[in-house]
Design a protein around this ligand. Sequence first.
Ligand code: GRF
Length: 226
Amino acid sequence: MNEQKLKIAVLVSGNGSNLQVLIDAQKTAELPIEIVGVISNREDAYAIERANQAGINVAVLSHTPSGKRMKISTFEQHALEQLKQWQPDLIVLAGFMRVLSGDFINACPAPMINLHPSLLPKFKGLDTHARAIETGETYHGCSVHVVTAELDAGAVIAQALLKINASDTAETLQNRVHELEYKILPWSINLIAKGMFANGDKKLDLNNLPHPTCLPALPWKLAFVE
Ligand code: GRF
């Protein structure tokens, strides 16, 4: 895995600004990755446009041929077929807004990571920025974690954190956290691509997260705090 590019598939639902960061990093070869495909569960996601512009395979899995919005089980069935075809080494959820079943996660041909806008285990689920302000947190940020059947509960690989300002609203905080996301996602993928989490057979293994014992325990935290 060390010399080769890490093949990644990205699942999206919306704007895709994190996808764009990965596309740019692939283009400049800053990251040793090849985005083998993008799956969107929404036909109106701007992420689709970004992938198209970069000439990346896109599968839009939003509606059935009869025009009905796909149930999650139908989405998963098609997504699985597509992923098996693309054969990624890693699946990245970057702004993917549906909850995936354990059966799907286990059947996927590669391990999966998610980018979540909070310092897990705090604030799983939605509206993380508003909830962090409401509860008077001092720090907030984002996490890259392994996806498991339990929502936002898999092992956290890395976190980036900032200090909440007194003047922050949910919107300003979200914007500030986005800037951290653009750092922590490529940073984490780089570690994975460099073989940091490869097992004895040099295969990516996010179940055990093996890493040299001379390094600090996970999650690794990047602080952007004055
Ligand atoms: C990010 O804030 C991410 O943390 C969350 O969804 C958002 C996606 O933004 N899971 P974008 O689509 O990458 O712009």
